[in-house]
Design a protein around this ligand. Structure first.
Ligand SMILES: Cc1cc2nc3c(=O)[nH]c(=O)nc-3n(C[C@H](O)[C@H](O)[C@H](O)COP(=O)(O)O)c2cc1C
Length: 316
């Protein structure tokens, strides 16, 4: 068999492979240029950008757990203006699709960041991080309320000429209503999942291990839950899903594709090995070869249940 093709399409964008570097774990991309051949990546999701620069949360910001990592960086970033002026021109020299992660605390914040990015060259799509409290609505997270999510997207959609990915939170009891709300309000793709809210305690001081109190859990510990959420969302919507959560090797990536993801992202694994997204893509290629699968898209959504599809039913 000839070498399998890893090339795939995501919202009309051609990716040389379906493995992207996840937001917040790969800086603005350029910091990694000396360590990784950026031109060989499937794509880069930038660190989340806000309207104004943000200094971030007090230390400690990271804590390692038994099979994952907790963080509360506090969305530190240079702000959209500085990104467009200083980071994007350097990043645009590479032949790698750039996806800009955007967040805010009011719909106007998202609209303004996207509006400024619209005038910039070298951006393929936006990924909206909606795991933020809406300060106009008593701090309810956009990602937890289908009505708030719809309202946000209905305001951002008319401003964005590029594809809009919506990155959903896993901290919900059911993902389907959120996935559907995003699709109906104009999302072109969903990214699933962001981190899980978590707590680690220092028993000597009886204080949280993370300076800000709670942190977001990521890494291998969350993979099975992320896979379940990707599968459920893929059954609820027709738009593509970008799966992430604990992917550290090619088999992990294959699991997400089989569960229904069109592409995947690698996050925490890049902290251990900056070349992790490239290595995952290479391993995925070898997996396809061993399985006699010609194209990576042939793997997407091929999960087979031995019996009737499992449902979570409450006992009476
Ligand atoms: C240190 C750190 C910073 C992150 N910053 C962002 C961010 O700015 N925007 C965002 O949407 N997700 C952010 N994330 C979440 C990741 O992109 C990803 O959704 C999550 O870590 C799960 O994937 P993983 O297990 O492969 O890391 C961050 C994660 C980490 C560990």
């Amino acid at each position: 068999m000839t070498a399998p093709s890893l090339e795939t399409k995501l919202c009309g964008i051609t990716l040389r492979n379906p493995v992207l570097a996840a937001s917040g774990t790969f800086g603005y991309g350029i910091e990694f240029a000396e360590l990784v051949d950026l031109n060989r990546l499937g794509g880069i999701l930038t660190k989340g950008l806000s309207r104004e620069p943000i200094a971030g949360n007090p230390a400690p910001r990271l804590w390692t757990t038994a099979s994952g990592m907790m963080n509360s960086v506090g969305l530190q970033n240079v702000g959209v203006e500085a990104f467009i002026r200083e980071k994007l021109p350097q990043l645009s020299r590479y032949k790698v699709p750039i996806f800009v992660n955007v967040f805010g605390y009011r719909p106007e914040d998202y609209v303004e960041v996207v509006r400024q990015l619209e005038d910039a060259e070298g951006v393929c799509a936006y990924e909206l991080n909606v795991s933020c409290p809406n300060t106009d609505h008593g701090g309810i997270f956009f990602s937890n309320d289908p009505a708030l999510l719809s309202d946000l997207l209905e305001r951002v959609r008319p401003v964005a000429t590029r594809p809009l990915f919506v990155k959903l939170s896993p901290n919900v009891s059911r993902i389907e209503p959120l996935a559907k709300a995003a699709e109906v309000a104009g999302a072109d793709a969903l990214s699933l999942v962001n981190t899980f809210v978590s707590l680690a305690i220092d028993v000597n001081t009886r204080m949280p291990r993370i300076g800000a109190g709670f942190g977001g859990l990521s890494g291998p510990a969350i993979k099975p839950i992320a896979l379940r959420l990707v599968y459920e969302a893929s059954q609820a919507v027709a738009i593509p899903i970008i799966g992430l959560g604990g992917i550290a090797n090619g088999t992990d990536a294959a699991e997400f594709l089989i569960a229904g993801a069109t592409a995947v992202q690698v996050g925490t694994a890049s902290f251990i090995d900056p070349r992790a997204p490239l290595r995952v893509a290479q391993q995925l290629g070898r997996f396809l070869q061993r399985q006699n699968v010609a194209r990576v898209s042939d793997l997407v959504g091929t999960l087979r249940f031995p019996h009737k599809q499992p449902q979570c039913k409450m006992k009476p």
